[in-house]
Write a protein that binds this ligand. Structure first.
Ligand code: ARG
Ligand code: GLU
Length: 709
């Protein structure tokens, strides 16, 4: 019996120990390298991250701070998701040139479209600076004292860290502030749009299929990095040249099958994997449902208006996608947490932790943590909900309220000091112009009527008829004159005088109380992380995502979403045709794609079974920010483009469960099929390096060239 138990433990360890986690690329040697190789990888830690030679990391760029992208040619060609380039594609679109609807392909370098403000950042090197950052920190310091000493310490390091003039440095906290790392980075600002499929391919299935498998979305777009004459970062100039990267990813035409190794290399944004059970319960049972309701109320109006008018559809495309995306994710998160009994499991884990504290004599030091979490969260929950609901109404959904909020901030600045006038006007003008670029007052009024009651405030529909904010010219007129006049103008406005007391309440009581109650939770979370690592030192700890470069790895795997149902890990073009609904706003299919399907005109992009693969699943532990991340095969070739997770597994941000958490990737062969056969942009295919690692089956192709820097 005992023997069986040990065997079983060993088995569980074997399976689960190799799943989940977002690891720091400079620290893969040892445990991660071994795990990856046991999953089928042939890569060494140095192939992935190396400071002295080019390595995979040199091909991975942080796309505009929110997504990931990768270099796929020696002329700086960049691949990311359609939904990551969506804002740029939208900004070049008009009723005459509807690139959202029809797609866009630059047939030569001259046609590639510049994008103001868009940037891509690469990681040059990563350094553990924990010792210097935490120097002088003692147990007896208050949280504020600790934080100010840490920022003093890290600022000093940043000032003197050696770097080239065109590079930047920054530090980031890891393990809830138990470790600090420094990053040397290079940021490119001349990024041009090269190509995007039509929405009916790039966003096929839209909201209905978002966060869902089986999936058939060709969620990709292409950009190009331009650099100056020395191949260094530069602002946009027509004289800039395509960037020559330190490394670019070859693309495998051999695809994947169930069980194949994959790793996803990118910039995951935020996770909270070490929360106490009480926090998971609060988030899924109290917090999420209220925010889901607000977004649902807004979407009801936005979706209807977008279907009525093409002009409104183009204006609200990005905004709608943003609102709908988290709305649906939270619903999935709640379902997954419930279905997997995550709260109960976390409680059981906490019992193990508490037992370990006892066994190790750490009770006095850490025994208070969990009971304290219970107490703090109980106190924190109502204000956390209230504050977030305000943000959902005043920032995420209702644009008139957002404009009055911005104006309120400027009024406060003017009351404090009338000299802030010029700066205030400039900022506010920019914000008004930003909103009005894609604004529809009728739609916004509908949103207001739907969401404001959910924030518990009475609605007054007349404000939309008596406000200057809903028209850009009249809104800007409010800002004319001296400080006193501006304040007077604002306060005479119907919408402004309606929202002012609500905003004042937010700043004076809601946000203040939130900050005060959140601070001890953050501090306790730091301590909990320390305690976990001390009490259970043999567990496998990866740092929560924090927008820095990470490696996650796993295998291609299907999953069972419900009783008696199993999802195969690969979807095919046949499935696109199965889902096809003519003229539907989500499931329409371009005629040309149907023709290619009918003719089976697949070129070199079909699988062994003669079908074109579209998407596949893996056990890689990803999150928001991993969109556009490359899925890399056992030999360092690009096989997929990460863009989503499955609904049942979106809870992986708090609770990764290898049974049902899967990331969704577009098969690179579908990307190439669309570029080549659908768009006819063969010049792009020509600049890529296409390989057959499985068919060649040998080492000879495998050795990547190692350039000395
Ligand atoms: N769910 C994916 C992500 O979190 C894709 C979002 C874009 N697609 C959409 N239908 N809104 O970003
Ligand atoms: N679509 C997400 C993004 O934009 C990635 C999917 C996820 O959250 O896993 O980053």
């Amino acid at each position: 019996m005992r023997f069986i138990k040990i065997l079983l433990l060993f088995f569980v360890f074997q399976v689960s120990a190799q799943q989940g986690g977002m690891w720091i690329p400079s620290l893969l040697e040892g445990m991660n390298e071994d795990e990856m190789q046991s999953l089928g990888s042939k890569l060494t830690a140095q192939d992935i991250y190396d400071v002295n030679n080019s390595s995979l990391k040199d091909a991975i760029g942080h796309f505009n701070g929110g997504c990931t992208s990768e270099v796929i040619s020696n002329k700086g060609l960049i691949l990311t998701n359609h939904h990551c380039g969506y804002g740029q594609i939208q900004s070049h679109s008009s009723l005459e040139n509807d690139y959202l609807k029809d797609g866009f392909w630059a047939m030569n370098l001259e046609d590639e479209l510049p994008n103001e403000g868009l940037y891509i950042e690469f990681i040059v090197s990563i350094h553990d600076v924990s010792e210097v950052a935490l120097k002088g920190i003692t147990e007896t310091m208050t949280e504020t004292e600790k934080q100010s000493l840490i920022s003093k310490n890290t600022n000093a390091v940043l000032k003197t860290w050696p770097k080239e003039s065109w590079q930047d440095v920054k530090t980031k906290a890891f393990y809830e502030g138990n470790q600090y790392f420094l990053f040397v980075t290079e940021r490119f600002d001349d990024i041009r749009l090269v190509g995007a499929p039509p929405t009916s391919i790039g966003k096929f299935g839209s909201d209905t299929d978002n966060w869902v498998f089986p999936r058939h979305t060709g969620d990709f777009s292409m950009f190009r990095i331009y650099a100056d004459a020395n191949n260094r970062p530069a602002k946009y100039s027509k004289d800039n040249k395509p960037y020559t990267p330190k490394h670019f990813l070859p693309i495998s035409l051999d695809g994947v099958e169930e069980g194949d190794f994959t790793m996803v290399f990118g910039f995951p944004g935020t996770t909270s994997e070490y929360l106490p059970a009480v926090a998971i319960e609060h988030i899924t049972k109290e917090f999420n449902p209220t925010n889901i309701a607000i977004r649902e109320a807004a979407l009801k109006v936005i979706d209807a208006k977008m279907k009525e008018s093409d002009a409104v559809r183009i204006k609200y495309a990005s905004k709608q996608a943003r609102i709908a995306n988290a709305w649906k994710k939270w619903i999935g998160e709640n379902l997954g947490i419930k279905k997997s009994n995550a709260v109960e499991k976390r409680r059981a884990f906490e019992a193990t932790f508490t037992k370990a504290l006892k066994e190790k004599g750490l009770e006095d030091k850490y025994g208070h943590i969990l009971p304290e979490f219970d107490k703090l969260y109980k106190d924190f929950a109502p204000i956390n909900i209230k504050r977030r609901n305000f943000i959902e109404v005043f920032f995420t959904t209702n644009e008139l309220m957002q404009m009055t909020f911005r104006a309120y901030q400027v009024e406060q600045a003017l009351v404090a000091n009338p000299d802030n006038l010029q700066r205030g006007k400039t900022i506010l003008t920019g914000q008004f112009e930003g909103i009005h670029k894609n604004y529809d007052a009728e739609l916004d009024k509908g949103v207001y009527l739907n969401v404001m009651p959910l924030y518990g405030k009475a609605v007054d529909v007349s404000i939309y008829d008596n406000t200057a904010f809903t028209n850009l010219d009249s809104a800007l007129k409010l800002l004319e004159g001296d400080a006193e006049t501006v304040i007077k103008n604002l306060n005479n406005d119907a919408a402004y005088s309606y929202s002012k007391p609500i905003i004042a309440e937010f700043f004076n009581t809601i946000d203040a109380e939130y900050q005060q109650k959140n601070a001890p939770i953050t501090a306790l979370q730091t301590k909990y992380m320390t305690a976990l690592m001390e009490a259970l030192p043999n567990a496998r700890y990866f740092p929560d995502a924090n927008g820095t470069l990470r490696v996650t790895y796993g295998q291609v795997r299907g999953y069972a979403p419900r009783d008696a149902v199993y999802y195969n890990p690969v979807s095919y073009l046949d499935g696109v045709i199965e889902k096809y609904i003519p003229d539907d706003y989500e499931f329409d299919v371009p005629q040309k794609l149907i023709d290619l399907y009918d003719a089976k005109d697949y070129g070199q992009y079909a699988d062994n079974n003669g079908k074109v693969p579209v998407c596949f699943l893996g056990t890689n532990h990803t999150t928001g920010g991993n969109s556009g991340s490359p899925a890399i095969d056992a030999e360092g070739n690009l096989v997929g483009l990460n863009f989503d997770r499955v609904w049942e597994g979106t809870m992986s941000d708090m609770n990764y469960d290898p049974e049902i958490c899967r990331n969704i990737m577009v098969d690179l062969r579908y990307v190439l099929f669309i570029v080549d056969k659908y768009a006819g942009a063969t010049h792009l295919i020509d600049e890529m390096t296409l390989v057959h690692p499985k068919k060649d089956g040998s080492k000879k192709k495998k050795k990547r060239k190692r350039k000395k820097k």
